[in-house]
Design a protein around this ligand. Structure first.
Ligand code: SF4
Length: 386
């Protein structure tokens, strides 16, 4: 078995009681079958408490004031304190580690939804590297499309090289990544997977950057057209399952700040925001860096999952659209803070987005469907907003 992690992975430390937005509040913690069986038969007073604190029908811990029944007033887990880490269910043991499974391979990332992990991901200045190690464990799936998986792995390496190319703007990096996956998708549809290698070579060639740069300049929109399009993109949040009870209020406030005063005010704020970024070289660099780390994070986590549904283009759209929506949310915070945005605010809003969007299969599936069918997220439409 091959295991892959991003190079910053082992630097993560949970800050437990000092956490600004603990993972033990706000959402339901689902209990795996093995832990459930153990909890049912636990003896003594602690066993009694366990059984009282579980919603057996929903397979989750009960909540009081939206906090896990085991989360004490110091924001520490009573189960951990009283019975040790081995008593934790799989969700609590693993989080914020996230594992994607492929035949003979595991890819483990840290989830952006943990604010401490988000700080690590977005605060990484160097290009993310991926470390692998292997053990003797073997497995074989009943059905696994190894040819597609190989093409996805190869194309993901090319995507990383685009997304980490710091000699060009992040907008152009995103456009190249979208263009490549759009063309890969076409080859998958036409059953011409064997042509992917040739495509990768073409995109890695000198002319690609120039051609896509010209396309991008041609499509880009500003003013009322951009306002309308971005407003309609924000509509996708209404199609998603709400995981945290205060999310509608949070995203509603940002949406109001951005759009309620109309297209001219939206555009003024956008221009002020980009002026604020470019007037300071370090700030501008940092903004590009945050975007790069978000894109690499989303692509590492989700792109190869296309081996199960044959939709790599939708996975790339997930990375780009999520990054653009987070950037818009940052513009709203910039307005709220009367013309400034710092690292901790960017970390906070990125983790809020992730907490809401990434931790529901229902939401990820809904986004997949939207990106495959909704013309608001067609290639030209996304390019126009880059
Ligand atoms: S959100 Fe992250 S840092 Fe906070 S308690 Fe959970 S794992 Fe620890």
């Amino acid at each position: 078995m091959q295991y892959t992690i991003p190079h910053y992975y082992n630097k993560f430390h949970c800050v437990a009681g000092a956490c600004s937005d603990t993972c033990c509040a706000g959402w339901f913690i689902m209990i795996d079958d093995r832990s459930r069986r153990r909890y049912r038969t636990q003896k003594g007073e602690f066993g009694e408490r366990l059984r009282r604190s579980i919603d057996w029908k929903n397979n989750s811990f009960k909540q009081y004031n939206r906090r896990c029944a085991f989360l004490n007033k110091d924001n520490l887990c009573d189960m951990y304190v009283e019975a040790g880490p081995e008593m934790l269910c799989k969700t609590c043991r693993d989080y914020p580690r996230h594992t994607e499974e492929y035949e003979g391979a595991r890819e483990i990332s840290l989830s952006l939804s943990c604010e401490e992990a988000a700080r690590l991901i977005l605060g990484t200045r160097e290009k993310v590297r991926f470390l692998t190690k292997e053990d003797d464990r073997e497995e074989s799936y009943e059905y696994f499309d190894f040819l597609l998986y190989t093409k996805l792995m190869d194309s993901r390496d090319v995507l990383f090289s685009f997304l980490q190319n710091r000699s060009i703007s992040c907008s152009l990096r995103m456009a190249m990544a979208l263009g490549l996956t759009h063309d890969i998708q076409r080859r998958i549809r036409k059953d011409r997977l064997y042509k992917v290698d040739e495509l990768l070579k073409r995109y890695a060639g000198e002319g690609a950057e120039k051609a896509i740069g010209a396309k991008l300049a041609d499509r880009r929109i500003t003013g009322p057209a951009r306002f309308e399009k971005m407003l309609s993109w924000f509509g996708i949040f209404q199609k998603l399952e709400v995981l945290n009870a205060d999310w509608p209020r949070y995203i509603g406030t940002l949406k109001k700040l951005l759009f309620d005063e109309g297209a001219a005010v939206y555009e003024d704020n956008r221009i002020s925001f980009y002026r604020y970024l470019i007037e300071d070289e370090e700030r501008k660099k940092q903004w590009e860096l945050w975007s790069e780390q978000l894109l690499v994070y989303f692509v590492f986590t989700y792109y190869c999952g296309a081996v199960y549904d044959g939709q790599p283009y939708a996975k790339m759209k997930l990375a780009v659209v999520s990054t653009l929506l987070i950037q818009e949310m940052a513009q709203a915070v910039f307005k709220m803070r009367e013309g400034r945005l710092d690292f901790s605010e960017f970390v906070h809003l990125s983790h809020r987005f992730s907490r809401e969007v990434e931790h529901s299969d229902q939401n990820l599936n809904a986004l997949d469907r939207i990106f495959c069918t909704d013309s608001r997220f067609g290639l030209d439409s996304i390019l126009s907003l880059l």
